[in-house]
Design a binder for this molecule. Structure first.
Ligand code: MRU
Length: 357
């Protein structure tokens, strides 16, 4: 499986997902501005991967700091974090990672050192160590999430289990193993047979460019469908369950995910199919009571007016391009986390699972 982010010793190396599925190329990120741009342009994308990238961004923005007092260093840290926070607003993992790096800075100083200047250098080393820890941790979390999710998926003696997914919440949305696709990968290791319908996911085609690419590489049978074909495959009995990822889950279980997820959830309800959301607890935001408070990223109109390498809508036409939508909790069958399954009512079940993180 490809790794979306690695540390070379001097740079954060990102798999450039804007080039998939035809080119597998990497870019080396050496400062926070390049990291901001990589997150914004979806060179690296998917909530958990964005979080890890942001953690490296903090280190890259501070590694050459010459601050000789903790006060000056804290100012620089706040500036770098505030800057990275403006890259993409919806995935809470980004803010979670920035807070985590601030926490590292506070904890490190408690350990004591001779001078503040030495302390600053020690903190900088700890920021890198924390980002590296997050890589290993992400792999463990995704695997655990896959183990919890697998038993939810029905088995059939004479055919594979058919799953529909939207966008990409696979290995390429995390460091390596994925969230929504993790139960599939864990199941495949155990000899379970799956077939996946990948919604192509307009406007940026994460489903056809990225999900289909990684499933094919993993040897999992997959069929790409246009977003407007989901109702048809469900109505024809071709889908047994839906699993999607999430960028942020509110305390009541409302789910922000790639635009079009809400359509799929409504269809699932109509066709009486289970609709599962895979969410590492780092994607659960208990500070927001409902999905109404989740900030939704609005993206460049050109993503809508241009496709297939050409202009596909009239010049100066109005567009509406929210990158995410909110699926209300009452359409969600269960939320799969690395600590177990949250069932409705989510306000209680999510809190219990988050208490374990
Ligand atoms: O705009 P993207 O490609 O970053 O959107 C990604 C998604 O919507 C994913 O489903 C979500 O981040 C979960 S990733 C495990």
């Amino acid at each position: 499986m490809l790794q979306t982010i690695t540390w070379t010793g001097t740079a954060a190396r990102l798999l450039d997902q804007t080039k998939l599925p035809t080119q597998t190329t990497y870019v080396d990120i050496t400062d926070e501005k390049q990291m901001w741009d990589a997150i914004k342009r979806l060179v690296i994308r998917g909530a958990p991967a964005i979080g890890v990238a942001a953690a490296f961004g903090v280190y890259l923005g501070l590694r050459h700091s010459t601050a000789d007092s903790l006060k000056d260093f804290d100012q620089e840290l706040d500036q770098v974090c505030a800057y990275l926070a403006t890259s993409r607003p919806t995935a809470v993992n980004l803010f979670w990672a920035l807070d985590r790096q601030k926490h590292v800075s506070q904890e490190t100083r408690k350990q004591g050192s001779r001078t503040e200047e030495q302390m600053v250098q020690k903190i900088i080393q700890r920021l890198l160590a924390e980002a590296l820890t997050m890589i290993d941790e992400d792999n463990r979390i995704c695997r655990s999430l896959g183990q919890y999710g697998l038993p939810l998926l029905p088995t059939f003696p004479d055919r594979p289990t058919n799953i529909l997914t939207h966008c990409n919440a696979g290995g390429l949305a995390t460091v390596q193993f994925g969230t929504a696709l993790a139960p599939i990968y864990v199941g495949a290791e155990q000899g379970r047979r799956f077939h996946i319908y990948a919604d192509e996911t307009r406007p940026l085609l994460q489903g056809s460019r990225i999900t289909a690419f990684e499933l094919q590489a993993a040897g999992i049978p997959a069929t790409v469908i246009c977003d407007n074909m989901a109702a048809t495959v469900m109505s024809q009995g071709k889908v047994d369950a839906i699993i999607v990822g999430t960028d942020r889950v509110a305390a009541n279980g409302d789910v922000a995910n790639k635009i079009g997820t809400l359509n799929v959830a409504i269809l699932a309800k109509y066709y009486n199919l289970p609709f599962y959301v895979a969410a590492p607890t780092s994607s659960i935001d208990l500070t927001l009571p409902t999905g109404d408070q989740i900030p939704i990223e609005q993206r460049d109109p050109a993503e809508i007016t241009h496709a297939l390498g050409r202009q596909t809508a009239p010049t100066n036409i109005n567009t509406f391009n929210p990158a995410f939508d909110i699926t209300p909790a009452n359409l969600v069958t269960a939320i799969i986390t690395e600590h177990g399954i949250a069932l409705p009512p989510f306000t209680d079940s999510l809190k219990k699972l988050c208490d374990q993180r």
